[in-house]
Design a protein around this ligand. Structure first.
Ligand code: PLP
Length: 381
């Protein structure tokens, strides 16, 4: 079988070979439990310390502000539950989140509501951006936590996180941002970004799956989510996944070193695809194009069900998706697109293409031509 053309990098990315090489010794010879006091354990702990130092330096944070987790989902859950519950002690009982967050955040918000928190969902405009005026109206002195993602996973649209953070702080609330999608494309700098809590995940930037990080600003108190041993300074129990943590740090270092070059290349590929399909009528790009990641195109093909299109593209060797991979088993229309004002029908005619650093121009041209052919077929031309 010919290697498929992979245009689903917002779902996950392939592991970089250089990252695998860095991880391999910790999967084999240096297999120790990082908490064991003997030599093999100490070697493992050294690797964890080095990885934490590296990440902290790259994101301009302190070493003790970086916590390793099992991925973006755990980081998001921890931020939401840990942040909100810690603030409950101060009598704060409201949580404000955008309506377009990832399900890792939204499901936490729903469960917080069952715990007695009032949850307010912020609407977005037709470009998929949260209006700050909505946050200004929703926030009150009893708001524990405000959560606004840095970039949306379905549209790539960037959110006004600096301004939202300022509003949260003015009202005494914690500010959490999910940077899982933005991290491969926008440098994390925790001296510039004033968020109290920030999540990211290695597999979005060519690192391993099942490992992520949570930045928690020094002085910010959040409750633990995963209890057990005293790992991660007593805040996250469980034997540390040493090879994964080593992989995360290496992958993020590579992502930072290549960021500008990759962004330029990926933007060119996205534009090339748009050019290739420009002969098609009835194509709409969903989301604000001025404030967006370079890597994501969310497109609506008038009159074509996305499931039929994705199926045919897949049969012809092109992997892409309708939106969030976590929700792909769901028959519901995208909550992100419907929040932007698309009808259910329009949302079900929309697909997400997300380009990556290993894609070639030849692949994009082939994918573009196949798109034109497939859409024409499905429209019955
Ligand atoms: N947050 C966003 C915005 C995401 O796109 C994803 C994954 O798609 C997650 C959180 C969950 O991350 P993970 O797959 O590492 O659990």
């Amino acid at each position: 079988m010919e290697t498929p053309i992979y245009l689903d990098h917002a779902s996950t990315t392939p592991l970089d070979k250089q990252v695998l090489e860095k991880m391999t010794p910790y999967l084999t010879d240096i297999f120790g439990n990082a908490d064991s006091p003997h030599a093999i354990g100490r070697s493992a702990m050294n690797a964890v310390d080095t990885a934490r130092d590296k990440v902290a330096q790259l994101i301009n944070a302190r070493q003790n502000e970086v916590y390793f987790t099992s991925g973006g989902t755990e980081s998001d859950n921890w931020a939401m539950f840990g942040g909100a519950r810690a603030k409950r002690a101060e009598g704060k009982r409201k949580v404000v989140v955008s309506a377009i967050e990832h399900h890792a955040v939204l499901s936490s918000a729903e469960r917080l509501q069952k715990e007695g928190f009032e949850v307010v969902y912020l609407p977005v405009n037709e470009g998929g951006r949260v209006a700050l005026s909505a946050l200004e109206s929703a926030i009150t002195p009893d708001t524990a936590l405000v959560c606004l993602m840095w970039a949306n996973n379905e549209t790539g649209v960037l959110q006004p996180i600096d301004e939202a953070c300022e509003i949260a702080h003015k009202n005494g609330a914690l500010f959490f941002t999910d940077a899982v999608q933005s991290a491969p494309y926008i440098p994390l700098d925790m001296q510039k970004c004033k968020a109290d809590i920030l999540s990211f995940s290695a597999h979005k930037f060519y690192g391993p799956k099942g490992v992520g990080a949570l930045y928690i600003k020094n002085g910010v108190k959040i409750e633990k989510l995963v209890g057990g041993g005293e790992q991660e300074r007593g805040l996250r129990g469980g034997t540390v996944n040493v090879p994964a943590v080593v992989g995360l740090a290496e992958a993020y270092a590579i992502a930072r070193a290549q960021m500008q070059e990759n962004n330029e290349k990926i933007k060119k590929l996205a534009n090339l695809y748009l050019r290739e399909i420009s002969i098609l009528q009835g194509v709409t790009r969903n989301g604000d194009t001025q404030n967006a990641l370079p890597s994501v195109l969310n497109l609506r093909f008038d009159g074509v069900e996305n499931t039929a299109f994705l199926y045919k593209m897949d049969l012809n060797g092109v992997c892409l998706s309708a939106g969030s991979a976590c929700a792909s088993a769901s028959v519901k229309p995208s909550h992100v697109l419907t929040a932007m004002g698309l009808s259910e029908r329009e949302a079900k005619q929309s697909v997400r293409l997300s380009f990556g650093k290993n894609n070639t121009e030849d692949e994009i041209i082939r994918a573009g031509r196949l798109t034109v052919k497939t859409i024409n077929e499905l429209r019955g031309f």
